[in-house]
Write a protein that binds this ligand. Structure first.
Ligand SMILES: NC(=O)c1ccc[n+]([C@@H]2O[C@H](COP(=O)([O-])OP(=O)(O)OC[C@H]3O[C@@H](n4cnc5c(N)ncnc54)[C@H](OP(=O)(O)O)[C@@H]3O)[C@@H](O)[C@H]2O)c1
Length: 399
């Protein structure tokens, strides 16, 4: 069918590459390009020889010029951005200049402000429309599958959805006292920020980790979970008509929180540059350098993730609740693609989203979030490519 250019060669990219190779009818050819070319070459070496042809390249994705040159050389049908959120806009600029479709898994964040919102990327809507190209935003698990679940609930089960609770549970244990399951810098920026939820058309802000609930997750058990701000709240607040409240909860163990608090207290999570031995360093970036590489957690992580959405709304004049979720086993993922479940649950939907655009099922000029497209082919593909979902029509609700 076509060719994709994958930018980034980290934990998520590795899963995307594996999954593209499993879907060689759509991905006849892929080019893996990243800052450190040796990581791209290592992936190629692991997967070469199958039906999908793999090439690699070096690129600094902060440079539009370098990206444009690479896209012109590779001539892909789509660029899959699984580098970091800081590169979203440069890659979108390069796609605009070369008129190539774009997709990513996380919304843009400026490097010097720990704040993520869709404003910057939604500002590209008109330009993408005029250029006749598609941008698919936030197509990992959360955001990503959570938006597809919402569109699916709306399409099949509700006349109106009034409340959504997104529950992200990682019941995995990697055996380290402290490590993050994906890029530590992005992860710590996310969890140390203030929390917020969407209620009656407005944001309600909370202190970090101020709201705690306990939930008994299928196949994982009882876990503490905390309300966080999360990017899909912004797009779902806009795209799910009649919505009154959306909250996002993530589970954290006590040891993780105690370590994080301590690191915060001593200034290690700060993104303000400091002077160190005549050089400017960012404490959080230094912390990243001393923490375990998330890609190395795969072989040691045991347990399961359980991520899904609980919906409350109305169908045919009657109140209704519905819970749809996926359970993913860290060790199973490792056996299949050599990564733990956090990278897996992000990389699989990224490949599916890319295939939706490449096959024309989700192709329309402009900039879109996943819930703006037909969820059915995506839901089918989740079952096929390793993230089957479970439905519960009488779930325990979160108070
Ligand atoms: N939606 C979801 O559910 C979800 C969940 C988890 C993660 N994510 C997102 O997925 C993305 C990837 O996460 P990850 O865990 O795979 O991160 P990662 O392991 O740190 O990998 C990032 C990759 O991007 C490359 N990169 C960074 N800056 C670059 C630049 N200027 N030019 C070219 N390449 C560059 C890195 O290159 P080096 O190897 O040289 O450092 C690395 O290969 C992030 O945006 C993250 O926020 C989304």
């Amino acid at each position: 069918m076509g060719k994709a250019l994958i930018i980034g060669a980290g934990g998520v990219a590795s899963v995307v590459v594996h999954k593209c190779c499993q879907n060689s009818e759509v991905f006849e050819e892929i080019c893996i390009a990243s800052r450190t070319k040796s990581k791209c070459d290592a992936l190629k070496e692991k997967l070469d020889g199958g039906k999908t042809k793999i090439t690699t390249a070096q690129v600094d994705a902060d440079s539009v010029e370098e990206l444009v040159a690479l896209i012109k050389e590779v001539q892909p049908d789509l660029v899959i951005n699984v580098a970091l959120p800081y590169q979203d806009l440069t890659i979108m600029d390069a796609c605009l200049e070369t008129k190539v479709d774009y997709m990513d898994t996380a919304n843009y964040e400026p490097l010097d402000t720990a704040k993520f919102e869709y404003k910057w990327q939604w500002d590209y809507r008109e330009r993408f429309e005029k250029a006749g190209i598609t941008a698919l935003l936030g197509c990992g698990f959360d955001p990503g599958v959570t938006g597809v679940f919402s569109a699916y609930a709306m399409k099949h089960y509700f006349d109106e959805i009034h409340e959504i609770d997104i529950l992200d549970c990682n019941g995995g244990d990697h055996g380290y006292p402290f490590a993050t399951n994906f890029n530590p810098e992005i992860n710590i920026r996310e969890v140390s920020a203030k929390g917020s939820y969407w209620e009656n058309g407005e944001w309600v802000e909370t202190e970090p980790m101020e709201i705690k609930r306990v939930y008994n997750f299928d196949q994982v058990g009882e876990k503490d979970m905390y309300l966080l701000h999360h990017e899909e709240l912004e797009s779902l607040g806009l795209n799910i008509k009649g919505i009154k409240r959306i909250r996002f909860f993530m589970t954290f163990g006590q040891s993780y929180l105690t370590h994080l608090k301590c690191l915060e207290n001593v200034g290690m999570t700060s993104i303000e540059p400091i002077e160190f031995e005549g050089k400017k360093i960012v404490p959080l970036q230094f912390l990243k350098a001393v923490l375990p590489d998330p890609a190395s957690l795969g072989p040691r992580t045991v347990g399961k993730t359980n991520i899904g959405c609980i919906f409350k709304g109305v169908k045919d004049g009657k109140e209704k609740t519905y819970y749809v979720y996926n359970v993913c086993d860290h060790q199973e993922c490792y056996k299949e693609v050599g990564s733990q479940a956090i990278s897996y649950t992000t990389g699989v939907p990224a490949m599916i989203g890319a295939s939706m655009v490449m096959t024309g099922k989700w192709k329309k000029p402009g900039v879109y979030n996943v819930e703006e497209f037909d969820p059915d082919p995506f839901m089918e593909a989740l079952n096929k490519f390793g993230l089957p979902w479970i439905e519960d029509f009488n779930p325990t609700l979160v108070d």
